[in-house]
Design a protein around this ligand. Structure first.
Ligand code: RB5
Length: 146
């Protein structure tokens, strides 16, 4: 898959190990920054990754900030994005199977690199089950038109 990744200055601690992990799994990774420790604003990186996903330039996105909270809230403001912030593999897997999430977020202050890799792998390997879940995901999409 072609994956988009982005982070803020706090998330940058974790990003290199995730990029390396994704590439080792055979994915190509487009890094939308940030690329230094200078203080930045996470919505900018949420927007860049979210737009790469909704435009289909990338298949899925990964976002990292301190907690994963701010950057996932920002990404969810982009029409067509269903971003989940996860600190456990079970929620990550179910978020894809039931909610068809297209962006995974986590916090570099919350999860360590090995747990983050496990969460990422569960999420990437899970597939949306459709069926009864499709109606509910469609309902979520309709909320974007209010
Ligand atoms: C930056 O200080 C911090 O607020 C950010 O990384 C993130 O945790 C926000 O949700």
């Amino acid at each position: 898959m072609k994956l988009a990744i982005g982070c803020d200055h706090v998330g940058i601690e974790l990003k290199p190990s995730i990029v390396e992990f994704l590439e080792a799994l055979g994915h190509s990774v487009q890094d939308f920054g940030t690329k230094s420790n200078s203080r930045v604003n996470y919505p900018d990186y949420a927007q860049a990754v979210a737009e790469a996903v909704v435009s289909k330039n990338c298949d899925l996105g990964i976002l990292i900030c301190g907690t994963g909270v701010g950057i996932s809230i920002a990404a969810n403001k982009v029409k067509g994005i269903r971003a989940v912030v996860c600190s456990d593999p079970y929620s990550a897997k179910l978020s894809k199977e039931h909610n068809n999430t297209n962006i995974l977020a986590f916090g570099s202050r919350v999860v360590g690199p090995e747990l983050a890799k496990m969460i990422t792998q569960e999420w990437l390997e899970a597939e949306f089950e459709g069926g009864r879940h499709k109606k509910r995901v469609d309902q979520i999409s309709q909320l974007e038109n209010l």
